[in-house]
Design a protein around this ligand. Structure first.
Ligand code: GLC
Ligand code: GLC
Length: 814
């Protein structure tokens, strides 16, 4: 069953009924000001950091789930009836409801009793504000007298404190109202130099800024007293809960349309210019007023919207494909790339499932996110790499997370996740291949942000690699530390106390438990580092890395191979995890995927066998589960993984992030059919028809789909912020379609399904547009290339002479 459809032409997903199984959301803003918006206008906004600079309030875990947002009420002045054009919060019946989620904007439109209302929500490029453009049209045969009420509930900035510290917070709320503009300035009197504003383009009939006056006692958002009465109270918030609400009266002739623009924005003032006059406590509104004057004008708002559209046309235009599969095209050309922008911006911090107060940006996550983002805005990828590496510790280890506003390592979770440092090598390698910008390696970057500790970025990579060599276990495999990629495999934790964090509790000295996954990652990262060293002319160093890689591969063969698949780890007792010797958790996906993608066992058939075992034991029609058999009870020595009921999350759920590792593994052994088949099983567009089972948005990946042991097999959870986005984008574009960035140019190495006759692609790479045509002449993956009409040897398209704009590539597969 579907709840909408893809409008591929307009790059929109159109939701046609408001009560989707879960809120289906979108992101507004892609630079510094961000909002999350659901298909019923639910959600919240923040500036840079969802915890420390929350602009509007949101209550998680509500019933209904999706509650609190950018709401508008319309009221019929004659009948007194009122409704919400976005359905929530009144949930009055609507005719012709549609929500169009597009690239950085959402338009929600509906009809009610002859009145059409459509609101377009977006954040203009390079601005710290959001625009709600409401158009109301009277389709009645007679005139309509209406009132419109807007509502935004302000958060008192620190979202964590806002939802806990009521004894203080009920006393500090402050606003100013000037010319109908509502300014939220809580804590501005002391150490903050920022405030929010909420403005309206029309003359207002009233306003409210005190929530409980607007709502009235014992009333909710579905039935505010002000709206029922048809008149605001001009309330001024002193403490309690500051909101912004405008009241606009509208008289519309039959067929007449009116537009009202609401602006919600964020403004910072220089410290010495906070007040106006300077010796007062009155906000200096000069800068804010300039912005308001511009965007309250419809023509300027429209122009900003067109600019946003053009921006996304350009970003998405960097890589466009035409394959025989509509789901592949749609995800690559639009939605997967779009999701990669969201994961780059948010990491795992703010969605409808990540509260924005729990986590900063993950070191491991953000590095992996670069794989799907770096081709879009390489300059921002560069900045991210430098920020991340500046939180690296002198040991080469890393803070597990950092706070985007302060760009400092976040001590709450600390460090000691022994895979973390290698992801920096993977991220930097992706950047270098995409851009050829070798200068980044010479950038001075501190450790733990300590001034004076700077070394060139290159040395950070050296220390990342060294980190593992300094921490090898009894079998010569990397010690796992608190956890590796799988945050829930906590082999040194041994926690029997309720509520303890599995990630930060350590009851063992960590000298025994080893990770075969980190060994695979070490092999991948080590090969990249060797290439990078070679490019810097450090041949001896490069050989040194390759020697360590070879040694690790041999160790994996000796201690990390179980007979038919790769072992997952060794626990604190030195026993295997993910082996036929185990009663539960015999085989894990991570090592089958990562070892094969890293190229381990390609020559001697281990890779093929590991992938066969994966297919036999882990693959389901909804995707590949994390391990089998699921853990049926809690194992003290394994930690959080065994805390989940079977089939969910890391306990044998389909943890989508690692499915593309197997997909890439399949391409490495030349199995295009297998690779694309796995790709399709978790492709959200390909699952649109079973939306009642999948339940999450059909246009973006979710972190997890319930595994075969779960009673709700096939149900997705935790949509949007997941490493699945970047890894799937990377797997489909670079490994299945095989348009692969390399240090020395673009490689063409497709491993596509046998039934495909070919495909076309346009890829912008280092300033040159490559028009690529792939044609199948035989069933294999052997490539012959013609570049601008001339045959060339091998499958690397050489970098063209400077000034070249386009290159035509024709690849024939045999
Ligand atoms: C979450 C974390 C990620 C981790 C994964 C597996 O997605 O953000 O860092 O690798 O879970 O546990
Ligand atoms: C929990 C989740 C896991 C996530 C981790 C990070 O353990 O199960 O997926 O990576 O939290 O905080």
């Amino acid at each position: 069953m579907k709840y909408g459809y893809f409008d591929d032409q307009n790059r929109e997903y159109v939701i046609t009924q408001p009560d989707t199984p879960l809120p289906w959301i979108n992101y507004l803003g892609c630079q510094a000001y961000f909002g999350i918006i659901s298909n019923t206008a639910g959600g919240y906004s923040f500036y840079r950091d969802a915890r420390l600079r929350r602009i509007t309030r949101y209550r998680y875990n509500n019933a209904p789930f999706d509650f609190g947002g950018r709401y508008i009420y319309l009221r019929d002045e004659v009948s007194g009836g009122f409704w919400s054009p976005s359905w929530q919060p009144t949930r009055r019946k609507l005719e012709h409801y549609s929500c169009r989620h597009g690239m950085g904007y959402t338009t929600i439109a509906s009809h009610h009793d002859g009145i059409e209302a459509s609101t377009r929500y977006f954040v203009p490029l390079d601005e710290n504000l959001e625009i709600w453009q409401l158009t109301v049209t009277n389709h009645r045969p007679q005139a309509a007298d209406l009132s419109a009420f807007s509502i935004a509930e302000f958060c008192l900035w620190d979202a964590q404190d806002d939802s806990t510290n009521f004894q203080r917070n009920f006393n500090i709320g402050e606003v100013e109202i000037e010319n109908g503009v509502i300014y939220h300035k809580t804590e501005y009197r002391e150490r903050r130099d920022h405030f929010a504003f909420f403005a309206c383009s029309e003359k207002i009939a009233g306003f409210d800024t005190q929530r409980d006056v607007f709502l009235g006692p014992y009333r909710g958002w579905d039935n505010p007293a002000a709206v029922e009465r048809g008149q605001s109270s001009n309330s001024v918030a002193h403490g309690w809960a500051p909101i912004g609400s405008h009241h606009v009266k509208l008289s519309l002739k039959p067929g007449e349309s009116r537009q009202i623009i609401f602006l919600l924005g964020y403004q910072e003032n220089p410290r010495d210019q906070k007040f106006d006059p300077p010796d007062s406590q009155i906000l200096n509104k000069k800068a804010a007023k300039c912005v308001l004057a511009k965007y309250l004008v419809a023509a300027n708002a429209d122009a900003a919207f067109e600019k946003l559209r053009a921006y996304w046309d350009e970003l998405l235009g960097l890589c466009q494909v035409e394959t025989p599969d509509v789901h592949t095209n749609r995800m690559v050309n639009v939605w997967n790339a779009y999701q990669c922008m969201a994961t780059f911006n948010m990491s795992r911090s703010a969605s409808f499932y990540e509260s924005g107060i729990g986590r900063g940006l993950g070191f491991r996550d953000s590095n992996q996110d670069l794989l799907g983002f770096v081709h879009m805005v390489p300059g921002r990828a560069r900045e991210r790499i430098l920020d991340l590496s500046a939180t690296q510790l002198p040991s080469g280890g890393a803070y597990h997370q950092y706070q985007p506003l302060t760009k400092r390592g976040n001590n709450d979770v600390g460090s000691g996740f022994n895979d973390d440092p290698h992801w920096l090598i993977v991220g930097v390698a992706a950047y270098l291949k995409e851009t050829g910008d070798w200068s980044i390696l010479d950038e001075p970057v501190p450790y733990d942000n300590a001034p004076g500790s700077e070394t060139p970025l290159y040395e950070h990579l050296q220390r990342s690699f060294r980190y593992t060599l300094d921490r090898l276990g009894p079998h010569g495999l990397p010690l796992i530390g608190r956890a590796d990629w799988n945050d829930c495999l906590n082999l040194n934790c041994f926690s029997d106390t309720p509520g303890q964090s599995f990630q930060t509790t350590t009851n063992k000295d960590g000298k025994v438990a080893e990770s075969v996954f980190i060994a695979g990652l070490f092999v991948l990262a080590g090969r990249e580092l060797a290439e990078i060293a070679r490019h810097r002319g450090l041949t001896a160093e490069a050989s040194g890395y390759l020697a360590e890689v070879a040694k690790m591969e041999a160790t994996v063969r000796q201690h990390g191979w179980d007979g038919e698949w790769f072992v997952r780890a060794y626990d604190d007792f030195g026993r295997k995890v993910g082996s036929k010797e185990n009663a539960e958790g015999k085989i894990f996906i991570e090592t089958q995927g990562f070892c094969t993608l890293a190229g381990i066992g390609l020559e001697d058939g281990l890779a093929v066998r590991a992938l066969e075992s994966t297919r036999k034991m882990l693959a389901t029609k909804h995707g590949i589960v994390l391990q089998q058999p699921a853990y049926s009870r809690y194992y003290l020595e394994l930690g959080e993984i065994s805390s989940y009921p079977p089939g969910y999350k890391e306990n044998a759920g389909i943890f989508c992030h690692n499915n593309p590792w197997v997909i890439i593994g399949e391409t490495r052994v030349g199995n295009g059919d297998g690779a694309h088949d796995y790709y399709s099983r978790i492709n959200p567009s390909a699952r649109e028809d079973i939306s009642e089972v999948h339940r999450c948005e059909p246009y973006v990946y979710a972190q997890m789909i319930a595994g075969r042991d779960a009673p709700t097999h096939g149900e997705a959870k935790n949509s949007w912020l997941t490493g699945t986005a970047a890894w799937n984008y990377y797997a489909i574009t670079q490994w299945i379609l095989g348009i692969r960035t390399g240090y020395d140019g673009l490689l063409i190495a497709p491993v596509i399904p046998a039934a495909w006759r070919g495909f076309k692609a346009t890829r912008k790479f280092r300033g040159v547009t490559y028009r690529i045509e792939v044609e199948r002449a035989g069933r294999g993956n052997q490539v012959s290339l013609e570049v601008d009409g001339a045959p060339i040897q091998g499958n690397l398209v050489p970098l063209p002479p400077p000034g070249t704009k386009t290159v035509a590539v024709k690849a024939t597969l045999r």
